[in-house]
Each structure stands twice: as structure tokens, then as C-alpha cells.
Write a protein that binds this ligand. Structure first.
Ligand SMILES: CC(=O)SCCNC(=O)CCNC(=O)[C@H](O)C(C)(C)COP(=O)(O)OP(=O)(O)OC[C@H]1O[C@@H](n2cnc3c(N)ncnc32)[C@H](O)[C@@H]1OP(=O)(O)O
Ligand SMILES: CC(=O)C(=O)O
Length: 547
């Protein structure tokens, strides 16, 4: 990290306020506290906790943090300027923000004349007074004030003189930071650069009447409606903004806010700015996933820097080069942001994918070994039939072991039948016949569907021979019709995820009979679970990581 103080960028996280304005995202008080603590650990200096007075939860949040303060982050309360035609002291919202008891407050005010006349329904002069009064009042109550200039860029484009007057009013009243907001998210990077440059020049020439306040610093707050929020934030920093407001995973109103999971590593790793410590940056992936877990939204697997696929290599050409030097196809080292390199196997693979994947399973292969080509050929044939191994690596491990003559037959399935009585709405019934060590076993079991009945019956038949099977269970079951044009004769791909309580693994089956496809995936799932158990017991062969 660059230690030059002029390169310090103050990150201001608004996940708990603007992030919570995303459709479909709802935070409990406990969620908000957990997120704040994680951001605190990440070294984020400012956390906007919410709008006290807007809802009871945000009020409680600030009270709760007074009881259990954060370690380093400063929690900031958010509010609008006073309402038109009343004094600041009379505005209940401003009383609520004071009651939140934070040292710093963020006030948003109107920069765009259209919003003053159409939104606030007041005069341009009164809006200037609203900004001034509000900030002066909060200063008189001992608060540091950050001023969010809402719709700054749209306002400036329409009426730059008026927009600059609003900013001058905020600065003269004592705002320590003025944050230029691209509220509608429609501005593009070249416009951001030019306007921020103009503001930096103009502010340095303001006749600040109240000399007790130093010239404020500039911040940037961007929205993603043009898919340019991150680029816009970076463009503003390059023109002199020293605070970036954004959210984890880019959550926010409409299409979201600038994604701090991209802003921070770009500023720090590419441009030499200093945002958080390197060790904290190395927790970014974990923070992103934890917060997506807390807000109950599936993580974006393809997110830059922190997504599961951000450093996944699938094309054979890529894998071959990455194996020699990761910089050939990686813009940063994944561990700098706490992510992992992954090699994917599919019909896009070459021998390098096979070697890398085999190594991750503890199998030592040589590129010259003819078995390698056999595995690659078999992989491509099966993928052509509809199998998909990138999501079913346990099946791929079994495929490799078979090709290498290392696949031990733990049991032989001699047949199965499934009976479903839909009319009577009864449980499905499955019978299976398996042979273990030359001994035939016949078992039956019920399940709430044919696949669970089959899985139950198989495990019942095998548990006396392999007691660890009692701990196995199915965690996911996905069906995909591969050639839907073929109607009911279409091929089906079934992906099954199994677990033994410690590890998860995925297997695949393909057939024009959905039960047959399910059976292939379920049987391989059980076989693979047994293989993992055998590996754990075999000290010479260390157990694999989660698959
Ligand atoms: C760009 C941003 O993201 S700003 C943050 C937006 N976030 C939110 O709105 C979430 C929280 N909001 C709320 O809970 C509610 O909207 C409240 C409590 C703030 C206000 O609720 P209500 O009093 O019922 O008003 P309502 O939401 O219908 O309208 C907003 C009012 O704020 C006024 N207002 C909007 N911006 C400002 C401003 N900068 N300064 C002063 N008043 C403002 C509007 O003119 C409107 O006034 P009106 O009630 O006299 O018509
Ligand atoms: C303040 C704010 O959230 C905005 O202008 O987008």
C-alpha cells in the first residue's frame, strides 16, 4: 500500500443506508450491526448507518452502537436539509439526527434547480438558505458535517451557476467534505472528470466568508445506471476527489452504487492510492460473501475481484499459460483480495486443465502419459453427450481414476425399481439390488419422491458395509433438459450435491430417462463419499479440499 498521505482515499460505506434502498434487500437491526462490525474490521473509516428519524430500526442502530462502539470506524448518521420555510431547530428530522449522537453527520441537499422547483416546490433562494441553515445549525450543535450534493452532475450540466451557489453555501456554513453525487447514475466518466476538475478549481477560489473552516475536501458518490459507477468514482479520484462513497457488492437504489469491492482494489492495486491495509484488502472476498449471506442475496459468482469465477480458468490455452505464469491471464494475484485461482474442466479444456485438476485431487500425472489424452478425449465425448463436469468435479475425479485403473469398485448396482402412486398421493417406493464383496443385498425404502426413495434404499443396502454412509445426505438436486425440442424423449442432465457434514461434492448423470440420470448421479455421489472417507483414513493420501 502506498503510504504517501496525499494518496489517502477515505472510503465511506453506505451499504446500510443507500445499499438498503435496493429492491429486494431488507436488513434487520442484527444484520446492520453484523455488517457494521465487519466493515469496521475491514478498516473502512466511515460507515453511514442509516437515517435516524426515517424508521425505528435506524434509530435503534445508533443507540445500540453507543452501547457497543466499533473499534476504529466512525459511524455517520444521514438526513436531508431542513424542510422549506421552517427553522433548522424546528425540523424533527434534524432533532432525530442529533439524538443519534454521532460525531459526524451527512446532509443531502439539492443542487439541481429542477429539483428545487419541482421536487421541493420552493424557491431557488430558499433552497440555498435550507442548505446554509441546516449545516450551520448542526455545526452549532458540535457536529462535523459532510454535505452530499444530490444530483450534482445533472444540476451542474443544466445550471452550473446555481449548482455552484449551493456548494458555496454548504462550504461557507462549514461542511468539511462536499460529496458530488451522480444520483441518477447517467453520467459518463469523461463528464465526471471534467466537472470534478472544474469544481476543484472553483472551490480553491471561493471567497469563504467564515475563515474558521478550512477548504473542504471533495468526495464522490456514484450510481450504476450506466454501468459506470466504479469507473466514475475512479475518474473523480484521479481529478482530486479524496472520499469515495459506495457499497459492498454494489447494492443500492435501482441498479446500485459504486461497488467498493471493485473501487478499493482498483484504487489500491492499480493506481497506488491507499484505502485500507493490505491485510484488510486480503479479506475483501470473505467480506463480500459474508455480507451477501447476511443480506440474503446470492453472491454474484462473476463479480470482478471477489466472484467465484473472477480467477477461474476454463479455456485450455489460458490454463496452459497460467500454469507457467499466472500473470498471463490474471490482472492481479487472487490472494491480494483473498480470492482463489480455480481451474475448470469442460470441453474447452486441454491437457493442462487435466494435469492441474488431477494435481488438486492428489493425482500426479505427466503430460506425456497417454492416460492424460484418454481422459481429455473421454471428457470431451461425455460433455458432447450432455455431461457437464465443471459443476461436478467429483464425477470428474472418478472418471480420471477409472482411466488410470485406480477406481475401486466398492459396490455393484445390479438393478433398481421405483414405484410412484401419484393417484393415491403416496410416498415413492424404491427397491435396489446391490452386490458388495460378492454378496447380494436387496433393500426397499420410501421417500417423498422417486430420487429420495432411491437414495434411501441404496444407503440402507450399503450401510452395514460402510457405516459412514449414515452421515451422507443430498444437499442439492438440479435437473436440466438438454434438448427440449425432443419433448418427453429429451435428454436430462441431473446434478446432485452430497455432503457428509464436513465436505460437499457434486456428481452428474445424463440420460433420456430422468430416473436413470438421477441414479447415475446419486450412485456416484455415494461412491465418492466413500472414496473421501477412505482418503481420510489413508495417511499417505491427504484428504482433498472442499470440492
Ligand atoms: C438520493 C437519496 O438516496 S436520498 C435518500 C432517500 N432515502 C429515502 O427516502 C429512505 C428514507 N425515507 C423515508 O423514510 C421517508 O421518505 C421520509 C421519512 C424521509 C419522509 O417521509 P414523508 O414525510 O412521508 O415524505 P415523502 O417521502 O412522501 O416525501 C419526501 C419529502 O422530503 C422532501 N425532501 C426531499 N429532499 C429534501 C431535501 N434535500 N431537503 C428537505 N426536504 C427534502 C420532499 O420535498 C418531500 O416533501 P413533502 O413531504 O413536503 O412533499
Ligand atoms: C445522497 C445520495 O444517496 C445520492 O445522491 O445518490
Amino acid at each position: 500500500m502506498n503510504s504517501d498521505k496525499t494518496n489517502q482515499i477515505w472510503i465511506y460505506d453506505t451499504t446500510l443506508r443507500d445499499g438498503a434502498q435496493r429492491e429486494g434487500l431488507s436488513l434487520s437491526l442484527e444484520d446492520k450491526l453484523r455488517i457494521a462490525r465487519k466493515l469496521d474490521k475491514m478498516g473502512i473509516p466511515f460507515i453511514e448507518g442509516g437515517w435516524p428519524g426515517a424508521n425505528p430500526k435506524d434509530v435503534q442502530f445508533f443507540w445500540q452502537l453507543k452501547e457497543e462502539p466499533l473499534t476504529q470506524a466512525e459511524v455517520v448518521a444521514f438526513c436531508s436539509t431542513r424542510r422549506p420555510n421552517i427553522s433548522a431547530a424546528e425540523d424533527p428530522m434534524l432533532q432525530a439526527i442529533l439524538a443519534a449522537g454521532t460525531r459526524s453527520v451527512t446532509i443531502f441537499g439539492k443542487s439541481w434547480d429542477l429539483h428545487v422547483t419541482e421536487g421541493l416546490k420552493t424557491s431557488l433562494e430558499e433552497n440555498i438558505e435550507m442548505i446554509r441553515d441546516t449545516i450551520e445549525y448542526l455545526r452549532s450543535q458540535g457536529r462535523r458535517v459532510f454535505y452530499d450534493a444530490e444530483h450534482w452532475f445533472d444540476g451542474y450540466k443544466q445550471n452550473p451557476d446555481y449548482a455552484m451557489q449551493t456548494l458555496e453555501s454548504a462550504i461557507a456554513a462549514g461542511a468539511e467534505w462536499v460529496i458530488l453525487c451522480d444520483t441518477n447514475g447517467g453520467t459518463l466518466p469523461h463528464e465526471i472528470s471534467q466537472i470534478v476538475k472544474n469544481v476543484v478549481t472553483a472551490i480553491s477560489q471561493f471567497p469563504i466568508s467564515n475563515s474558521q473552516f478550512p477548504t473542504p475536501q471533495i468526495g464522490i458518490h456514484t450510481h450504476n445506471d450506466s454501468d459506470a459507477a466504479v469507473a466514475n468514482a475512479i475518474a473523480a479520484v484521479m481529478e482530486g476527489a479524496r472520499m469515495v462513497q459506495g457499497t459492498i457488492n454494489g447494492y443500492g437504489e435501482r441498479c446500485g452504487n459504486a461497488n467498493l469491492c471493485s473501487v478499493i482494489p482498483n484504487l489500491q492495486l492499480k493506481l497506488g492510492y491507499s484505502c485500507i491495509q493490505d491485510e484488510q484488502l486480503a479479506q475483501l472476498t470473505e467480506a463480500s460473501r459474508l455480507i451477501s449471506e447476511i443480506v440474503n442475496l446470492a453472491p454474484d459468482e462473476y463479480a470482478p475481484f471477489v466472484g467465484r469465477s473472477a480467477f477461474a480458468h476454463k479455456g485450455g490455452i489460458h490454463v496452459s499459460a497460467v500454469e507457467r505464469n499466472p500473470f498471463t491471464y490474471e490482472h492481479i494475484q487472487p490472494q491480494q483480495v483473498g480470492n482463489l485461482r480455480r481451474i475448470v474442466v469442460s470441453d474447452q479444456a486441454g491437457l493442462s486443465n487435466i494435469l492441474a485438476k488431477a494435481r488438486s485431487f492428489g493425482i500426479d500425472l505427466d503430460k506425456g502419459d497417454p492416460a492424460c489424452r484418454d481422459i481429455l478425449r473421454r471428457l470431451k465425448e461425455l460433455e458432447n453427450e450432455g455431461f457437464q463436469f465443471e459443476a461436478a468435479e467429483a464425477s470428474f475425479d472418478l472418471l480420471m481414476r477409472e482411466a488410470l485403473g485406480q477406481r475401486e469398485q466398492m459396490f455393484e448396482l445390479k438393478g433398481f425399481q421405483v414405484h410412484c402412486d401419484i393417484v393415491q398421493n403416496a410416498n415413492a417406493l424404491a427397491t435396489v439390488k446391490v452386490a458388495v464383496n460378492g454378496k447380494d443385498i436387496l433393500e426397499a425404502a420410501e421417500g417423498n419422491g422417486p430420487v429420495s426413495a432411491l437414495d434411501e434404499a441404496l444407503r440402507k443396502a450399503l450401510v452395514n458395509f460402510y457405516p459412514e454412509i449414515a452421515a451422507f445426505y443430498l444437499t442439492d438436486y438440479k435437473v436440466r433438459i438438454l434438448d427440449s425440442g425432443a419433448g418427453t424423449a429429451a435428454k436430462t442432465r441431473v446434478l446432485v450435491e452430497s455432503s457428509n457434514g464436513h465436505q460437499r461434492w457434486a456428481t452428474v448423470g445424463v440420460s433420456s430417462n430422468i430416473l436413470e440420470a438421477s441414479y447415475q448421479a446419486v450412485v456416484e455421489g455415494i461412491e465418492y463419499g466413500l472414496l473421501l472417507g477412505a482418503r481420510r483414513n489413508d495417511r499417505r493420501n491427504p484428504s482433498p479440499t472442499k470440492i
